[in-house]
Design a protein around this ligand. Structure first.
Ligand code: BG6
Length: 474
């Protein structure tokens, strides 16, 4: 079975990493606007250091990002030239509800996105819209403490219902929350959470997770009611865990680490808490407040499809000493000697993508969608500004072959594939521009210098052929 002729080929970006224009058009401040480059970024992202205002002495790359706010027409023209069938993007919550708890949405923010959807429609490109991609209005953090507060369920539902209604004629593919499991690793990024001394951090994180899961189910229900054609997906930061050795303890650790992520998708796709999570809450004394009808809400509205990001696999061990060899991943991982690494220490593993697809399909039996994949690398433009990024082509070629094998040999149901950062944008983990993923080079550096001009890389023509041949010409 070859890829279906309706296979959705495309690329992905997120508002906070691409738009800029953070105080334009009536937009309010959001958590991700306050992540600077430099050593404090990871502490802020983890909720260990408070940053709720812009401060002197820091550089905040999201302020201007790649200025898609003013340049989306040009960017969408490039996506159309690539032959995109789908463009994954996110909406900025604080562009639509500047404070998050406003009574009325910001019309200018809605009009901005309507402009994007009209332009996509003109080119026959299907939008795949993430409602919240690392995005919490700062006012909701200052006033309510972010997602640890149950009231966020209402604010998020109001925001989501507004966009579902307003953009009904343009969008049918929706994702509720980007990489929902990031909440456990970067609680400020994933949930606008800042810890205080003495907090029970695990309890706060799982309480916030519960609120997001309930909100996601409510929005899935609303989406189906607003337009029965709507298809709603969940989104996992994917990449399976390998046991470092065949010691049973290492295998057990790999299962447990996979479950940290699957926990969210188990609830969103199956509609109820898995037993291993309930047992964990009990064992660790985590007191998670659940309202009386929450179980019913979760059960009533599982997602229609399961999406995930995939960059690398990870290797874990039951023995702490083995971590002496750990690599630079957000999720602690031991260096896997069988795999090469990127310049940022992410281990390149195309077969891991095929295996992940199989694991997810076996587990959920729902259509899948790879909504992020790609190589973050340093590009060196020549004197004409051209980047010969054969390394990126090589990475993508192998990963595309791997998902084709999952579909054609293993029979996995896959709706589409959007590469991450189809145009260069700000890296989420480091805030760097120099960690580039795009088919289109953006002239901007890590300090905010550059013309912001767009130039096609070698991979641009390559991906165009891949799409035109429906993945036959790699
Ligand atoms: C995912 C996110 O974590 O990975 C994206 O959904 C992010 O927002 C991407 O950009 C790649 O990570 P990074 O740190 O290289 O940008």
């Amino acid at each position: 079975m070859a890829l279906s002729k309706d296979f959705l080929w495309g690329g992905a970006t997120a508002a906070n990493q691409a738009e800029g224009g953070v105080l334009e058009g009536g937009r309010g401040l959001s958590n991700v606007d306050l992540l600077p480059t430099g050593p404090d970024r990871s502490k802020i992202a983890a909720g260990e250091l408070e940053m709720l205002e812009w401060q002197e002495g820091y550089y905040y790359p999201a302020k201007a990002a790649i200025d898609m706010y003013h340049r989306y027409m040009e960017d969408i023209e490039l996506f159309a030239e690539l032959g995109f069938k789908v463009y994954r993007m996110s909406l900025s919550w604080s562009r639509i509800f500047p404070n998050g708890d406003d009574n009325e949405p910001n019309e200018e923010g809605l009009a901005f996105y309507e402009g994007i959807f009209k332009k996509l429609k003109e080119h026959g490109i299907e939008p795949l819209v993430t409602i919240a991609h690392f995005d919490v209005p700062v006012h909701l953090i200052k006033t309510y403490g972010g997602w640890k507060n149950r009231q966020l369920v209402d604010f998020y539902t109001q925001y989501a219902t507004t966009v579902l209604t307003r953009f009904k004629e343009y969008v049918t593919y929706w994702l509720t929350i980007n990489e929902i499991n990031i909440l456990l690793h970067q609680p400020f990024v994933g949930g606008g959470i800042i810890f205080k001394e003495g907090d029970n951090r695990q309890e706060i994180k799982y309480q916030a997770a519960h609120h997001q899961l309930v909100a996601s189910a409510l929005v899935t229900k609303a989406a189906h009611a607003i337009n029965p054609e709507n298809k709603v997906g969940c989104m996992l930061a994917g990449g399976s865990h390998y046991p470092y050795t065949c010691r049973p303890e290492d295998y057990q650790e790999a299962i447990n680490r996979d479950r940290e992520g699957y926990f969210f998708i188990d609830v969103q796709a199956r509609g109820k808490y898995p037993n291993y999570a309930l047992k964990k809450f009990e064992r660790e004394g985590l007191n998670i407040q659940m309202a009386e009808d929450d179980a019913e809400i979760l059960a009533a509205s599982p997602v229609d499809f399961v999406t995930f990001s995939y960059y690398c696999s990870r290797t874990v061990s039951g023995t702490p000493e083995d971590y002496a060899q750990a690599t630079g991943n957000l999720f602690p991982s031991i260096k896997n000697e069988y795999l090469p690494s990127t310049e940022w220490g992410w281990q390149i593993d195309p077969l891991g993508l095929r295996n992940s697809l199989n694991q997810l399909y076996d587990r959920y039996q729902k259509p899948l969608f790879i909504v992020e994949n790609g190589l973050g690398a340093i590009d060196e433009p020549d004197e004409n500004g051209y980047v010969a990024d054969d390394y990126r082509i090589d990475y993508l070629r192998k990963h595309i072959q791997a998902f084709k094998d999952a579909v054609e040999i293993d029979g996995v149901e896959l709706l589409g594939y959007t590469t991450w950062g189809c145009i260069d944008l700000v890296a989420a983990s480091t805030g760097q521009m120099s960690k580039r993923y795009g088919f289109v080079y953006v002239d901007r550096d890590d300090e905010g210098n550059g013309t912001l001009n767009r130039t096609k890389k070698k991979s641009f023509d390559w991906y165009k052929k891949v799409i035109a041949s429906n993945g036959e010409q790699l």
